[in-house]
Design a protein around this ligand. Structure first.
Ligand SMILES: Cc1ncc(COP(=O)(O)O)c(C=O)c1O
Length: 398
C-alpha cells in the first residue's frame, strides 16, 4: 500500500527567539544540556537521590526550613489547582484578594470545587489594600484559606504579603500564595512570611522550560489535607499523594517527567550558584534600565513606583499605536517576543518580561533599540537613541 507523504513541517527546528514576554523565558544552556541525558526510571535509587536534591534546593529558593518542597507535573496553573482542590473542601470559606487576571483564575478554580468563595475585588494595577481584607475577615468566623498573588503578571504589581499573612493568622486561616512569577526573581520568604502553601512555575525566573510547578507546603497545610472529611476533587493534583511520592513513602503516583526534573535541578543549582541576593539585584538593575529607556520616549508604566516588579513591566500602549503591528514587527524583524495585555488590559498594554535568563542588559538594549526603530513607523515619534541612551546610563551606573 502506498503511504501518503509525511507531513514535513516547513519549520524543521523552531527559530531562535529573544523571549521578553511573560514566559516562557530564555533557558540556560546548562539546563538544556541536563535535559539531554539518557532516560532513567522514576523509582531508580539514583533518580530518587536527584529528587531529594531538588527538594533541598527548592527549600533554599523558597527560604524555608520546615516546609515540604517538591514539584508537580504541570505548569503553574497545576500548582494553583492543586492548592485550591487540596486545601478546600466543598462549603469551606476562602477569602481571595483580587487585583488582576490570575487572581480571577483562582476564583474560577475555587468555585469549581464547591467552596464558599469570597472574592474581594480591588483595582487592577495597584497593590491590594489590606484594609479591604481586614474588613471582610471581620464578617466571617470560619475562614479556611486566604489567597494572594505575589507577582501579578497581568499588571506588574509586586504585592507585599506580610500584612495579608498577619490578617490570615489572626483569623486562624491558612495562607496560599502564587509565586509563579516571583520565585527566583525576587525575595520569597516562605517561613518568615507565614505562608502555608505556595506554587511557582519553571518557565519564568528559574531559567527552565515550562512543565513543572515547584511547590512548598507547610506542616499545618499538610495536616489539614490529611484530616479532610472528603477526598480532594483532583486525584492527579492531590498534594498529599504527590508529597508521598516525593518525600514520605515513595509510593508510585504517576510517571514523573524525568527530563523536566533534571532540568529543574540544574536550573535551581544555577539560581543558587548566582546567589539569591545577586540574582534579585540583577533583575532590579535590568528592570530599572528598561524603565528608564521607556520613560525617555514617553512610555508610561502600569504599576506605580514602589510596587513595580522587576520581572515584568506592563506599559500603556501609546494613543493611536497599533498593538498587533508593533508586536508583529518585533517578532518578525527582530525575533523578539513580548506579551500582550490580559483581561482588563487587553489591547491597552504591552508586557515586557525580564525573567531569569531573559534578564540581561544586552536584551534590554536590543528591545529598546528595536522599539526606537519601530515606533516612528507606526506614527509614534521618538528622539533617536533616547531610550537606549537612558538605559545605558543606568546599566553603566551613570
Ligand atoms: C501569576 C501567575 N499565576 C499563574 C499563572 C499560570 O501559569 P501557567 O501558564 O504556567 O499555567 C501565570 C502564567 O503566566 C501567572 O503569571
Amino acid at each position: 500500500m502506498t503511504q501518503p507523504p509525511l507531513p514535513v513541517s516547513k519549520i524543521p527546528m523552531v527559530p531562535p527567539r529573544i523571549l521578553l514576554g511573560p514566559g516562557p523565558s530564555m533557558v540556560h544552556p546548562r539546563v538544556l544540556q541536563a535535559m539531554m541525558q539518557n532516560m532513567i526510571g522514576y523509582l531508580d535509587p539514583d533518580f530518587i537521590k536527584i529528587m531529594d536534591e531538588v527538594s533541598e534546593l527548592l527549600k533554599r529558593v523558597y527560604q524555608t526550613d520546615d516546609a515540604i518542597t517538591f514539584a508537580l507535573s504541570g505548569t503553574g496553573s497545576s500548582g494553583m489547582e492543586a492548592g485550591i482542590s487540596s486545601l478546600l473542601e466543598p462549603g469551606d470559606t476562602v477569602v481571595m484578594c483580587i487585583y488582576g487576571y490570575f487572581c480571577e483564575r483562582m476564583v474560577d478554580m475555587a468555585t469549581r470545587v464547591g467552596a464558599n468563595v469570597v472574592p474581594i475585588r480591588a483595582d487592577w494595577g495597584k497593590p491590594f489594600p489590606e484594609e479591604m481584607l481586614e474588613a471582610e475577615l471581620k464578617k466571617h468566623t470560619d475562614v479556611k484559606l486566604v489567597t494572594a498573588i505575589h507577582a501579578e503578571t497581568s499588571t506588574g504589581i509586586r504585592q507585599p504579603l506580610e500584612g495579608i499573612s498577619r490578617l490570615a493568622q489572626d483569623h486562624d486561616a491558612m495562607f496560599m500564595v502564587d509565586a509563579v512569577t516571583s520565585l527566583g526573581g525576587n525575595e520569597m520568604a516562605f517561613d518568615d512570611w507565614g505562608i502555608d502553601y505556595s506554587y511557582s512555575a519553571t518557565q519564568k525566573c528559574l531559567g527552565c522550560p515550562p512543565g513543572l510547578s515547584p511547590v512548598a507546603l507547610s506542616a499545618r497545610a499538610h495536616e489539614s489535607i490529611k484530616s479532610r472529611s472528603t477526598l480532594p476533587s483532583s486525584w492527579y493534583l492531590d498534594l498529599a499523594l504527590n508529597a508521598n511520592y516525593w518525600g514520605f513513602d515513595r509510593v508510585y503516583h504517576h510517571t514523573a517527567p524525568v527530563s523536566m526534573i533534571l532540568a529543574l535541578r540544574e536550573g535551581l543549582r544555577i539560581v543558587l550558584e548566582e546567589g539569591l541576593e545577586s540574582r534579585f539585584a540583577r533583575h532590579e538593575t535590568n528592570a530599572a534600565a528598561l524603565r528608564a529607556g521607556l520613560e525617555a520616549i514617553g512610555i508610561k508604566m502600569v504599576a506605580p513606583v514602589g510596587y513595580q516588579l522587576a520581572q515584568i513591566t506592563p506599559v500603556w500602549i501609546p494613543e493611536g499605536v497599533d498593538d498587533d503591528a508593533v508586536r508583529h514587527m518585533l517578532l518578525r524583524q527582530h525575533s523578539i517576543e513580548i506579551g500582550k495585555g490580559l483581561g482588563e488590559l487587553a489591547g491597552k498594554a504591552w508586557r515586557f518580561g525580564l525573567m531569569g535568563e531573559s534578564s540581561r542588559p544586552e536584551y534590554v538594549l536590543a528591545l529598546l533599540s528595536a522599539l526606537e526603530g519601530i515606533l516612528p513607523r507606526v506614527g509614534y515619534e521618538t528622539a533617536s537613541g533616547a531610550a537606549v541612551g537612558a538605559a545605558s546610563q543606568v546599566l553603566t551606573g551613570g
